[in-house]
Design a protein around this ligand. Structure first.
Ligand SMILES: [Zn+2]
Length: 141
């Protein structure tokens, strides 16, 4: 089921109205008192493109048997998405200690990624599943 970006943009515009740092292009739309048709359409298209690209990538990662992923915020983050940055998720539901990943993108503005967490990488950080579970941040819409 494709996401209804027009509705999401409306909802998130209201949500960002009360946040300290609304992300672009929401900040501009809020400052200007509304969306231009062009800005709104560009955001909806970009969000849909990102959603389908990441869905394909995640299907590939899950298909290769990888379960542990980390939610990474490479391009900054809005106040709403920020709490998920750096948290671990179970892509295939094979790690019951960890929640399912948030949808990508969470909000139409942010472009976060889910990257694999290999056992080797965890070991190099001195971390195990229990450490990740203790910091887990289940997605709440
Ligand atoms: Zn966001």
């Amino acid at each position: 089921m494709p996401r209804d970006w027009q509705r999401e943009i409306d909802d998130w515009t209201e949500r960002f109205r009360s946040t300290a740092r609304p992300p672009e292009p929401f900040a501009t739309a809020l400052a200007d008192g509304g969306w231009t048709e062009g800005a709104r359409e560009a955001l909806a298209q970009d969000a849909e493109q990102y959603a389908s690209a990441t869905a394909a990538l995640l299907a590939e990662i899950a298909g290769s048997g990888i379960d542990l992923v980390r939610f990474d915020c490479k391009q900054g983050s809005c106040d709403v998405c920020e709490k998920y940055c750096g948290k671990a998720y179970s892509l295939r539901g094979e790690t019951p200690e960890l929640p399912s990943p948030p949808p990508l993108p969470i909000c139409p503005a942010c472009r976060h990624t889910l990257n694999l967490l290999t056992p080797f990488y965890l070991q190099s950080l001195g971390l195990d599943i229990e450490d990740l579970a203790a910091e887990a941040q289940p997605f709440v819409d």
